[in-house]
Write a protein that binds this ligand. Structure first.
Ligand code: IPD
Length: 290
């Protein structure tokens, strides 16, 4: 059956604005914080209320489609081939709790497990990132009048002499909420390698950023503000919407595990990179640091 992706996109933008109002009104003074699996895995009443509002609106409008949301996910649930809304009511909950203005609602839509619509809204900065598969991705904000992403020319990663590559990149990584797994040790070792200099086997990247929202991180790479985003441990709702925004901006996502060029939206380990000649070689350089 045919799906009108433009209609889904427009509807998700409406929802994103309404959710944004709830997020702004639900500043942590009126949110109760309780902890999920670890002391760093946080949820507030606002996350739950936003997901309830969003899922009710979506189910009313699209009763035949599936819904997957961070706050109602149960172990064993999995993304199927069916058209599915994949939603994170607040991506960047830790920032939300601390009033650090880098958080968003992330609304993705996947068909046959491929992300095809993405809408991401940061209500604190009024930045709205949107994309439909095959139609480009856009930023609308007080400073951007629905400008197409990337916002700058995608320069090659290496210059004519083969210099540059990973060491010229601004890399985004995250600590994540799971601090007890093997992933965490891998992260610490990788951060170290990325920053240390070449004589000690490192890449000496320009710098590392860790801002706390997977969805906004993917949008930053899509915009060209950062070159790479690497993380192990996030979920489909963290990346589904940003995936479309990034791919439509000419970027790509591979598996964070060395040698794996293909990753699915629920693959949990991602290495996202902006477009530009030489990107595959930069991915290989990165894998050498993992
Ligand atoms: C988290 C954020 C964070 C990432 C974690 C996610 P949440 O999502 O995206 O940047 O490091 O892996 O779980 O919990 O704020 O929705």
């Amino acid at each position: 059956f045919s799906i009108n992706l433009q209609e889904v996109h427009d509807f998700l933008i409406e929802i994103a604005h309404d959710a944004g109002k709830m997020i702004i009104a639900g500043r942590p003074a009126v949110s109760r914080t309780d902890s999920k699996t670890t002391a760093a895995d946080l949820v507030t009443e606002t996350d739950k209320a936003v997901e309830k509002m969003v899922s009710e609106r979506i189910r009313e409008r699209y009763p035949d489609y599936e819904f997957m949301g961070e706050e109602t996910y149960k172990p064993g649930d999995s993304l199927t081939n069916a058209p599915t809304f994949v939603v994170d009511p607040i991506d960047g909950t830790t920032n939300f709790i601390h009033t650090y203005p880098y958080a968003c609602i992330s609304l993705g839509f996947s068909v046959e497990r491929e992300p095809v619509v993405g809408v991401i809204f940061n209500p604190f900065t009024s930045q709205l990132f949107t994309a439909i598969k095959g139609q480009g991705s856009y930023l609308t904000s007080p400073l951007h009048n629905r400008e197409q992403l990337p916002l700058k020319k995608l320069e090659p990663f290496y210059d004519g002499d083969g210099k540059g590559g990973l060491s010229d990149c601004l890399v985004i990584t995250e600590w994540g909420s799971d601090r007890a797994s093997a992933d965490y040790d891998t992260k610490v070792k990788t951060f170290n390698k990325l920053c240390s200099d070449k004589s000690s086997g490192g890449a000496m990247v320009h710098s590392i950023r860790s801002l706390g929202s997977a969805a906004l991180n993917l949008c930053s790479v899509a915009a060209g503000w950062a070159d790479i985003y690497w993380e192990g441990g996030c979920w489909a709702w963290d990346v589904c919407a940003g995936w479309v925004v990034l791919k439509e901006a000419g970027g790509d996502i591979v598996d964070a595990n060395p040698g794996k060029w293909k990753v699915t939206v629920d693959g949990r380990r991602y290495l996202a990179i902006r477009g530009g000649d030489g990107w595959e070689a930069v991915i290989k350089e990165f894998w050498d640091c993992v």
